[in-house]
Design a protein around this ligand. Structure first.
Ligand code: GLP
Length: 249
């Protein structure tokens, strides 16, 4: 299977199209299960979903969501936790019910990690699996926090963050020393079980890694390349992120 790439003039238009897909899914299946991502990339998508809720009556009352990952050692109310990111950028502004959204916990005792990760996988399964998974991509090709070396069969687990990932997060935290060294992340196999996946990537700094993910060999060096094995995978790109793709396609 090949990855379908759709190139938009700008990030706003790409985000609007993905929001429309989610709107149609929720209209078809009001209790749809969404897999959600953090980072700068999905912000425009979340803004558009909030607008659809406010202006078009799109209701998330029955929607269930599972986030990809959470930093280890950050309490939910820490401004850089993915929990607070999701509250601030989406959940506070829509009618999702607090019992219906899920993120891995970053505050686990060492001996509670395995059980928590298994429970997260089980909760996804009990919800009927993820209907629609949103992804961003790290500069080293990671999806969620599945850093290079993560296997295609990996499941939700504790992961060690790469230097490049921590360096990219440093501005938000103030310094690289303040960026957590570990996280809990859904695995690659967990992500690949979603019915449909949309990866968003915007900007020239993503161009090289997007081309590797789409056209390179399927390899643990670029975990986004595993997406080539999925049946319903689309990359929504702005023209800057698609730069190296045009050369190689
Ligand atoms: C973090 C997140 C990823 C995200 C990536 C890219 O590593 N765990 O899910 O895709 O950042 O972030 P950005 O969208 O800010 O480029």
């Amino acid at each position: 299977m090949a990855i379908e790439t759709i190139i938009f003039p700008d990030a706003e238009q790409a985000a609007q199209q993905v929001a429309k897909k989610i709107q149609q899914l929720i209209q078809r299946k009001p209790d749809a299960v969404l897999g959600l991502a953090t980072g700068g990339t999905p912000l425009l998508l979340y803004r558009e979903l909030i607008r659809m809720h406010a202006e078009e009556g799109l209701s998330f009352a029955q929607v269930r969501t599972f986030n990809l990952d959470e930093y280890e050692g950050l309490p939910p109310d820490h401004p850089e936790s993915y929990w607070s990111f999701m509250q601030r950028n989406l959940f506070d502004h829509i009618d999702i019910s607090p019992g219906n959204y899920h993120l891995p916990s970053g505050m686990l005792a060492a001996d509670a990690v395995t059980e928590h990760c298994e429970a997260y996988e089980n909760a996804i399964r009990a919800a009927g699996g993820i209907d629609f998974q949103i992804l961003g991509i790290g500069r080293n090709g990671h999806i969620g926090f599945n850093e290079p070396g993560s296997t295609i069969s990996s499941r939700t687990r504790r992961v060690t963050l790469c230097e490049v990932t921590r360096a990219d997060a440093a501005p938000a935290f103030g310094s690289i020393e303040q960026v957590p060294t570990h996280a809990i992340s859904m695995g690659c196999a967990t992500i690949l079980e979603a019915q449909e996946i949309v990866l968003l990537a915007f900007g020239e700094h993503k161009a090289e890694i997007v081309a590797q993910a789409v056209c390179g060999e399927v390899s643990e060096n670029v975990t986004a390349s595993y997406l080539q094995t999925h049946q319903h995978i689309h990359f929504y790109l702005d023209s800057a992120a698609a730069r190296d793709l045009r050369d190689s396609m």
